[in-house]
Write a protein that binds this ligand. Structure first.
Ligand SMILES: O=C(CO)COP(=O)(O)O
Length: 255
């Protein structure tokens, strides 16, 4: 059975104290209110990772994620953070290939393949983001574009490695815009992604991969998005910064 996952990507928000307060609220609410087997992931900034990791240590439903890592093992890359460093503080997941990083930091599919390799070698699971722009969707090339992102960054992996990757489909036009993909649009692309994986790794392997939706997901739209056959949870931006909203989204899976 593939995992249900809700991950909060806090992006460049929250000071250390604010991050600890948010993590503590989420942790308490999850402990008291969540009865499903959903994996809840918190992705604070690098500054807060260690402290948030200590705070949630031992909480079985909660795991720690970083928002990025460098694609080389170590060396003269001023200001960067390596996979080894993340491993040393107990990070279990790393978000890679977010559209904001592709757009503002020129991340390429090739670099993401390197990041994926390094993470898996270190037993850290990548949360691999993919998704098209509005222009690509309007031109009707969105499906091929997303397939290409997957092929170029992930399809060198063996089946066992591929199944450790979490995919997050985040249409760029839905991120931070308040404009969510409809359930039809989300389900359509999630099915495309699963079938694309099946075409290389087989249906049984593809059925085990968790595919999350991201883009203006909130407590109101999450229940119907998560009810789609191929949607296994969400990668949440804005709504993950408010503990009540985030935990409401976590609770959107029917029990
Ligand atoms: O980019 C996202 C998560 O990684 C989605 O952000 P919003 O939920 O703020 O649209």
């Amino acid at each position: 059975m593939r995992q249900k996952i809700v991950a909060g990507n806090w992006k460049m928000n929250k000071t250390l104290d604010e991050a600890l307060a948010l993590a503590s609220e989420v942790s308490n609410m999850v402990k008291d209110e969540v009865n499903t087997d959903v994996q809840v992931i918190l992705a604070p900034s690098f500054i807060s990772l260690t402290a948030v990791g200590k705070l949630i240590e031992g909480q079985k439903r909660l795991a720690l994620a970083a928002q990025n890592c460098h694609h080389k093992t170590s060396g003269a890359y001023t200001g960067e953070v390596s996979v080894d460093m993340l491993k040393s503080i107990g990070v279990s997941f790393v978000i890679i290939g977010h559209s904001e990083r592709r757009m503002y930091f020129n991340e390429t599919n090739e670099q993401l393949a390197e990041k994926t390799n390094l993470l898996l070698q270190n037993n850290i699971r990548p949360i691999f983001c993919c998704g098209e722009s509005l222009e690509q969707r309007e031109k009707g090339i969105h499906i091929d574009f997303v397939k290409q992102q997957l092929t170029e960054s992930l399809f060198h992996l063996d089946t066992n490695q591929l199944q450790k990757v979490v995919i997050a489909y985040e249409p760029i036009w839905a991120i931070g815009t308040g404009k969510t993909a409809s359930t039809e649009q989300a389900q359509e692309m999630h099915e495309v992604i699963r079938k694309h994986i099946a075409s290389k790794y087989g249906e049984a392997a593809a059925a085990e991969v968790s595919i999350l939706y991201g883009g203006s997901c909130n407590p109101t739209n999450a229940p119907e998005l998560f009810a789609c056959k191929d949607v296994d949870g969400g990668l949440i931006g804005g709504a993950s910064l408010k503990s009540r909203d985030f935990v409401s989204i976590v609770k959107s899976f029917s029990e």
